[in-house]
Design a protein around this ligand. Structure first.
Ligand SMILES: C[S@@+](CC[C@H](N)C(=O)[O-])C[C@H]1O[C@@H](n2cnc3c(N)ncnc32)[C@H](O)[C@@H]1O
Length: 261
């Protein structure tokens, strides 16, 4: 008999609670979270690492017998759109589904398809996809957004992440893609580009992102909380073509000119 580990549950309080949750998504295995304005309850697979933010952290007691969250009950196909789903390899395709499937194993890196910022990015890409001949995924995590480009037939895909475990996971998911350890500055110039990161990460990377995007095809930026959308939109010298909000996260899409540069 296998024993399901009991999750550790923490309350994060304060103005930086959301920032701390973003950080935990990268540096810990987040199994679930309930997000309020300045109070977040987060379920982790293991003890929380020390947080590099001034956030009040309180661990809550979990009764193993009453613990409902195992991290496994979410292993179901996730319908991102009526014709687009994400599922781990061990979950079967829902009967009758004939749309696009992204098959992504959970646990290796951020990007199982459960997070609202991933779903917002996917919905944006899906809405404005214009078949770029080359594509880059900045902050690729599991590689899920690059996988979307692959499944849509993009012949040349590059991806990058500053986290080595994510680079390994994405390279395994997409053997044909060029996956680099580092930021947007490691990427080639591409026709279409996606980046799902925190607003502060996007802001810092924006000059490199814009320098890599040829502006001929789609650009999607995701991971934005409501108060951050206008600040990030102001950094892109184009009109927003499409916007998707899933829970607390918004993705913005821009269309390129389709003129080869
Ligand atoms: C929110 S996750 C997104 C993962 C995946 N693309 C998705 O949509 O689910 C953000 C990822 O960006 C990476 N990251 C953060 N800052 C970065 C930067 N400046 N350049 C490249 N990757 C970065 C993190 O390590 C993390 O894997």
């Amino acid at each position: 008999m296998t024993c399901t580990p009991v999750p550790r549950v923490y309350e994060l309080r304060g103005p930086l609670a959301a920032t701390a949750l973003d950080w935990l998504h990268v540096h810990a295995e987040v199994q679930g979270a309930i997000e309020g304005d300045e109070l977040i309850t987060v379920w982790l697979a293991e003890a929380a690492p020390p947080l590099p933010f001034a956030v009040h952290v309180r661990e809550l007691a979990v009764d193993p017998a009453a613990s409902a969250i195992t991290g496994l009950e979410n292993d179901a196909a996730i319908f991102v759109a009526a014709d687009l789903l994400v599922r781990p390899p061990w979950v079967e395709r829902p009967a009758g589904f004939s749309g696009i499937e992204l098959i992504v194993p959970r646990g290796g890196a951020f990007g199982s398809g459960e997070h609202a910022s991933t779903q917002a990015a996917l919905r944006c890409l899906h809405a404005v996809w214009d078949a770029p001949p080359t594509f880059a995924d900045i902050g690729t995590g599991s590689g899920i957004l690059a996988l979307y480009a692959h499944v849509r037939g993009c012949p040349s895909i590059a991806a990058c992440d500053i986290d080595a475990a994510s680079v390994a996971a994405a390279q395994e998911l997409l053997p044909a893609a060029a996956v680099h350890l580092g930021g947007a500055e490691t990427m080639p110039k591409v026709a279409g580009l996606v980046a799902n990161m925190t607003a502060s990460e996007l802001r810092a990377a924006m000059p490199s992102i814009l320098a890599r995007w040829r502006q001929t095809h789609v650009l999607v930026l995701s991971g934005l909380r409501a108060t951050e959308v206008d600040d990030i939109a102001a950094l892109v010298p184009h009109a927003v073509a499409h916007r998707v909000t899933v829970d607390a996260f918004t993705a913005l899409a821009y269309r390129g000119s389709a003129v080869v540069r």
